[in-house]
Design a protein around this ligand. Structure first.
Ligand code: NAD
Length: 486
């Protein structure tokens, strides 16, 4: 049932919930008539207020005991977990992913907060041996100051959490700007931190289009770091605008390959391609968008892939039986449809799907599309080079492992890559030859642990700092080397 009055939500600045005159709406991509909520259209005025609040709160928060910081994160995790079912539904309603993934993301967010609450307690510097028996040399890790967090819609609460939790735990204060497609679920994270008793100004939340918000969130001299996840184009723009004293961490796009060797279990390989390429409607940065398959097994692989794709139920993610939800917004639908046309014009063979679905009541008001499979794809084609960020798989056929690696590495991205093989030597060689920040053997290109580093090579990350795991805290700290003589 649709709500008749649209609920108004606020921004959070200096511990207060605040509104703006202009607002925008967040809508359900499975039914655009369903308005999820109305949110402030913040401008540089609100951003500057948030930066001032975060600057004022920093000295006390930096001095706060790690156990108090951990207590806030743990309490917020409790709140999210206690409401996981309702929040999972809100996430699905706002972003479109299937309900099991929506609820799973809420649980992962709570786990991330808890993980950093523990890991941050033992985030230490080093002690260096030296020749002076009366001197001790150590490093101290100190927070940077005010940190801007800018996030996309595809993991609208877990990506913010994997940035905000390590930033807060290491003593930084935060300005958080989520995607305008998913402000509600981002709001829920801030609300949980507020209810957990976070001191005023330590986290600040502003919503709105980046064009209205302006550049202060990146360029203001008090902002000591910008952590961003999103498209490569926006990441490059932000990275270039940031000053010398502002650290940047840009987690960007991918064109992730799955290599299928001759000895692969073909059924398993096709399942990995479906899971990696079509779950989350192909809208994962680590999604499988190219399958590079040995010629001798290409036909069998293609058959198995089509068969498994046909079996996927497409629909509203809130229905338990749905396997593929809608695309997240109008831009996504337009973009994916354009790439399907480009693929056809380039001479690739569309061997399955690719049609927008509109014919039934369930589909008429949403951004639904059939997953698409292209065969006869040449490595130089745009559909084999550019990030599509939708349920489109390009199959490229090769004659040898060497050619597979050449094709896999022949793109500007390097986020995630996988191989399907039972040969341990090939698997091991692959982990060395492939240009990707995440490398998998006999697993999907998607998915990563919260306690292991995550990031890309080439144009998939501009930063040397990794997210997730212990590495995720390094970005938010600077090192002092301390010499003490006795
Ligand atoms: P996007 O770049 O359009 O937007 C991401 C965020 O940045 C949003 O909050 C947006 O409002 C803001 N933004 C956009 N342009 C900006 C600018 N010039 N200055 C300041 N802020 C700006 O990306 P999206 O469509 O939300 O997300 C999809 C993209 O995210 C894909 O390219 C995907 O590969 C990438 N992604 C990467 C990872 C990763 O970890 N590498 C994870 C998830 C998504």
């Amino acid at each position: 049932m649709l709500e008749t009055t649209v609920k108004q939500y606020k921004n959070y600045i200096n511990g207060e919930w605040v509104s703006t005159k202009e607002t925008f709406q967040s809508v359900n991509p499975a039914d655009v008539n369903d308005v999820v909520g109305e949110f402030p259209s913040a401008t540089s005025v609100e951003v500057n207020e948030a930066i001032d609040a975060a600057s004022a709160a920093f000295p006390d928060w930096a001095k706060e005991s790690p156990s108090k910081r951990a207590a806030v994160l743990n309490k917020a995790a409790d709140i999210l977990e206690q409401n996981a079912d309702q929040l999972g539904e809100e996430l699905t309603r706002e972003e479109g992913k299937i309900i099991s993934a929506g609820k799973g993301e809420i649980k992962r967010t709570a786990q991330t907060l808890r993980y950093y609450a523990v890991e941050g307690m033992s985030f230490t510097g080093e002690t260096f041996p030296n020749d002076d028996p009366n001197m001790e040399v150590t490093t101290q890790k100190e927070p940077l100051g005010v940190v801007s967090v800018i996030t996309p819609w595809n993991f609208p609460i877990s990506i913010p959490a994997r940035k905000i939790a390590p930033a807060l735990m290491t003593g930084n204060t935060v300005i958080f700007k989520p995607s305008s497609d998913t402000p509600l679920i981002a709001y829920r994270l801030v609300e949980a931190l507020h209810e957990a008793g976070i001191p005023k100004g330590v986290i600040n939340f502003v919503t709105g289009r980046s064009s209205n918000i302006g550049d202060d969130i990146i360029t203001h001299p008090a902002v000591r770091a910008v952590t961003f996840t999103g498209s490569t184009a926006a990441g490059e723009d932000i990275h270039q605008k940031a000053s010398l004293t502002t650290r940047t961490q840009m987690e960007l796009g991918g064109k992730n390959p799955l290599i299928v060797m001759e000895d692969a279990d073909i059924d398993h390989a096709a399942q990995l391609a479906v899971n990696g390429g079509f779950s989350l409607t192909g809208q994962a940065c680590t999604g499988t968008s190219r399958v590079i398959v040995m010629k001798s097994v290409a036909e069998a692989f293609q058959r198995a892939l089509i068969e498994k794709t046909k079996a996927l139920t497409i629909g509203n993610g809130l229905n338990e039986s749905t396997k593929v939800g809608p695309l997240a917004n109008q831009r996504q639908l337009k973009n994916v449809r354009e790439y399907i046309e480009i693929g056809k014009q380039e001479g690739a063979a569309l061997v399955y799907g690719g049609d927008q679905l509109t014919e039934t009541k369930e589909y008429e008001n949403g951004y639904f599309i059939q997953p698409a499979i292209f065969a006869d794809v040449h490595p130089s084609m745009r559909i084999a080079q550019e990030e599509i960020f939708g349920p489109v798989i390009a199959i490229l056929t090769v004659d040898s492992y060497e050619e597979a690696i050449q094709v896999a590495n022949g793109v500007e991205y390097g986020l995630s890559a996988a191989i399907v093989t039972n040969d341990i030597k090939t698997a091991n060689q692959f982990t060395k030859d492939i240009e990707a920040g995440t490398v998998k053997v006999n697993r999907t290109t998607t998915g990563n642990l919260i306690n292991a580093p995550f990031g890309g090579l080439k144009k998939s990350s501009t930063s040397t700092f990794r997210e997730s795991g212990r590495a995720g805290m390094e970005f938010f700290t600077q090192i002092k080397t301390v010499y003490v003589g006795y």
